[in-house]
Design a protein around this ligand. Structure first.
Ligand code: ZN
Length: 297
């Protein structure tokens, strides 16, 4: 098999390489006569184009961000898509410039999450024709996951907890919405409470000089996932779809953006309708299989 390199590449000995044991290089298949069409090569059959905004965690006039349909091994895996049916090389200058803004913004938002050390940005484009960039968060302290094998580790590691995953999605959506657009994932730990119930959250043992503090239910209520597993969409009565849809979330002339904070502070959730966090029963279907490995997408 002359086309098949016999020697294993050096990277199999890297600490980040996920496998060990006896390995062999696969025989190379013959070169194809033609490239097969990708999913959605034609806009009419494109899953991304036909997906409703509710399949995403944040949308704006020209961009949308979606998650996998369920938690995976990494603390956060997100996909940034253009709303228009374009591939990377087709972007007009406005969208190309906004792609830079959106990429930086999303990297910052994901990096602000607890337990995230680094965010890797990838674009492959072999699976789906519609532009989609992958954002993969490398867990803090997981040095073994550093580098280009991170997308493989995402499928190897046990999935993170669903409450944590939903909270991360909501935090990223809220961060992005501070610059415009519409968040469609809400913090699962923020409950709509009557004022009287806030009293139960007064921290009695830390009065300090400024008196008792109210613990933000989004930050530190101490609610366990079992106590607050709702994570379900909450719909505010009276809110109308598209309230903020005309606000573009990726203007290129936004000036300097805040340096990364520890966390976005969404405060009271914004009324969004309908608010759906992708779930196994409500998958964000565009593109290839949402939980598919980025390596094939
Ligand atoms: Zn499309």
């Amino acid at each position: 098999m002359p086309d098949t390199p016999a020697k294993l590449p050096d990277f199999v000995s890297w600490p980040s390489f996920p496998f060990e044991g006896d390995l062999r290089v696969k025989p190379l298949e013959p070169i194809a006569d033609h490239e097969p069409p990708r999913q959605g090569e034609d806009a009419g059959s494109c899953l991304a184009c036909s997906a409703p905004d509710e399949a995403y965690i944040w949308v704006s006039e020209r961009w949308r961000v979606r998650a996998m349909d369920r938690p995976t091994g990494l603390p956060m895996v997100l996909i940034l898509e253009s709303r228009s049916h374009l591939d990377l090389g087709d972007l007009p200058n406005l969208l190309a410039a906004e792609l830079g803004v959106m990429t930086v913004r999303l990297e910052r938002a994901i990096r602000s999450l607890d337990g995230v050390a680094r965010v890797h940005v990838n674009r492959w484009g072999d699976g789906s024709a519609h532009l989609h960039l992958w954002f993969l968060a490398r867990p803090l302290g997981r040095l073994q996951l550093r580098g280009s094998f991170l997308s493989l580790w995402d499928e190897i590691l046990p999935p993170i907890s669903e409450p944590q995953w939903r909270e991360n999605l909501a935090l990223v959506a809220a961060w992005l919405a501070e610059f415009g657009g519409r968040p469609l994932a809400e913090p699962p730990r923020i409950e709509w409470q009557a004022p009287s119930t806030f009293k139960s959250e007064i921290v009695a043992d830390t009065p300090g000089p400024s008196g008792p503090e109210i613990v933000s239910s989004a930050e530190g209520s101490g609610a366990t996932p079992a106590e607050d597993r709702s994570g379900e969409a909450r719909v505010l009565p009276g809110a109308a779809p598209g309230d903020t849809a005309s606000t573009e979330g990726a203007g290129v002339a936004t000036g300097s953006e805040a340096a990364p904070r520890n966390r976005p502070t969404p405060g009271i959730p914004k009324p969004v309708v309908p608010s759906t966090v992708p779930s196994p029963g409500n998958p964000p279907t565009p593109g290839p299989h949402p939980a598919a490995s980025p390596a094939v997408s």
